[in-house]
Design a protein around this ligand. Sequence first.
Ligand code: ATP
Ligand code: MG
Length: 395
Amino acid sequence: MTTITLRNLRKEFDDVVAVNGVDLTVRDGEFLVVVGPSGCGKSTTLRLLAGLETATDGEIRMDDRDVTGTEPKDRNVAMVFQNYALYPHMTGRRNITFGMNATDSFTDEEIDRRVAEAAETLDITDLLDRKPQAMSGGERQRVALGRAIVRDPDAFLMDEPLSNLDAKLRIQMRAELTRLHAELGTTTVYVTHDQTEAMTLGERVVVMDDGEIQQVDPPQALYDFPENRFVAEFIGDPAMNMIDVAVEGGVAVHDAFRIPLPTGEAGDGKNVENGTAAESLADPEAGDRRKAVLGVRPEDLHPARDRPDLGETTFDATVEVTEPLGDSLLVHCSVGDATFKMGAEPRSSLEPGGTVSVTYDPERLHLFEPETGEAFYHSSTAPVTSDRLERVAND
Ligand SMILES: Nc1ncnc2c1ncn2[C@@H]1O[C@H](COP(=O)(O)OP(=O)(O)OP(=O)(O)O)[C@@H](O)[C@H]1O
Ligand SMILES: [Mg+2]
């Protein structure tokens, strides 16, 4: 059982700051996913945890042990890589046991027992006597997982372990990993650039950009309460629409529409950082009117005729392009100088060049500061997670 704590962790390569002051606690037994664009410092963070890189500054603790300067072998973590890193001339069994024999701390019976157990768990008993070239990508990845499991490590560190698999197998292995984690309960840090993988696998998800943590939250909280534009646009596909507006007297005003912003009491889920939403909608310095970026996800916009239940505020937009996705129709629209995407019923008759009356879910509006990109308003009344309340209280 292991808690991993990173304090002000920093890694510089020559003139690149790969990891820039990361503070993070991975809870005992947690499946934590780190997600972010290419080059944001995910692998470097993981390699620092494994001891494969030396920190420029900061501290890594496993439970109450400071492991910052220790060798990989003294950390008792097991790493799983994207390319599996199997030895081609060794059988599945030898690949799994390779590191164990070398350390001499296991008896032969112990090794046999552990391999049998891991093979059972991963359903790879039939592969133990085969060499990697006679295995499929998914089978190789299972063997690589087997090698991690037999050591019974304090933590698993996984760097994009599924990205070499085809789409279908990846979805299958995703479910396998979730099952495996439920069974073993080992603290796991999993790195990916794929936001769907992050959302489906993570108990909590860390969003990184440019060497820094942007937000840490359970997947749904990340989706419902993005703390800044980066997170709002990175999580969710297609990305959240962003439209420049002015906020005046509790209304988001654009040349082409006026959207009233629901307000509530602090603590009911609306705008937890800033007290009551009504208060924070006015800029403390500029008074009643302020510039903002309105964020709305495509699935929270609808042709008005499909959703009469959503209320009477509608606005007209021009249909630019339609993309049938099978289970929905993605409609690219324009309104004045702004463009946005909207989800519609799959067989809607919406023709490019035509006009569509648009409505929206008033519980799913977000406002961001134009300069900093910080979120300052969410209209949702969904329950706020304990993680989020804890962090707001600590700020
Ligand atoms: N050994 C190295 N020497 C110099 N620069 C490095 C080294 N390793 C990583 N970097 C740089 O550090 C930054 C972070 O790299 P890292 O591999 O952690 O990114 P990543 O988030 O894992 O990206 P990807 O999704 O592409 O794997 C990048 O700018 C990268 O070029
Ligand atoms: Mg990487």
